[in-house]
Design a protein around this ligand. Sequence first.
Ligand code: ZN
Length: 270
Amino acid sequence: MSDDLILYEVNERIATITLNRPEAANAQNPELLDALDAAWDRAADDPEVRVIVLQANGKHFSSGHDIRAVGASDPAEALPKMTVERIYEVEARRFLGYSMKWRNIPKPSIAAVQGVCIAGGLLLAWPCDLIIAADNATFSDPVINMGIGGVEYHGHTWEWGPRKAKEMLFTGRKMTAHEAEQLGMVNRVVALDDLRSATRELAAEIATKHPFALRQAKRAVNQTLDVQGFYAAVQAVFDIHQNGHGHALSESGLPILMLFNDMKTEINKP
Ligand code: ZN
């Protein structure tokens, strides 16, 4: 297996981007996110590519942002001492900025999700146009347990509807693939063993369509959401999220609060 954090290949007009940090449940460090962004750019710029697939090696799609990047055993100790300004800069670029950019790449994209998709994992899956979930997939945003009201990219209300979004945010629990399918948060649920073939089949079907028509279809839906307020709401909620970091800093001197002892061992451990 390659050491690269992101794998990239093009085959029959489909670009496949693979998260390749399975030993860490594809936790996202800055290097992984920058390599992922470069892969999105490559797919966007290649005229041969008509459809982009985002998949993940290993048991899990992504356990979120890697806050143990420096390798300390206690995540609270690993957290860098940061100012509000620095947190805002980093998250505006790598979290909100990347996700919004990927969402607007003018080619259809499909995420294939298995295992856990936690917090920052949502920032990789939600920007994709379609999501295929394995039957063992779960989606959660447990940052309420860090004293913050949700991750940086507020897809929740749009993806789940307001009531289910609040349940997800208030409890931090894992929403199942079947709940997600029921509410239209994923397109379909398939057996884990069929995840890649089902995703590939859908991508191949879409790849037969005219690229400009696909671009127009994507823009029609995204632009409708933007007219409904998606863009402005996501920007505004990003600032609410930053207020959460500011609050945590004022309370503890760290960008997040460790509200429960088990958070120290549970973070980034699927
Ligand atoms: Zn944040």
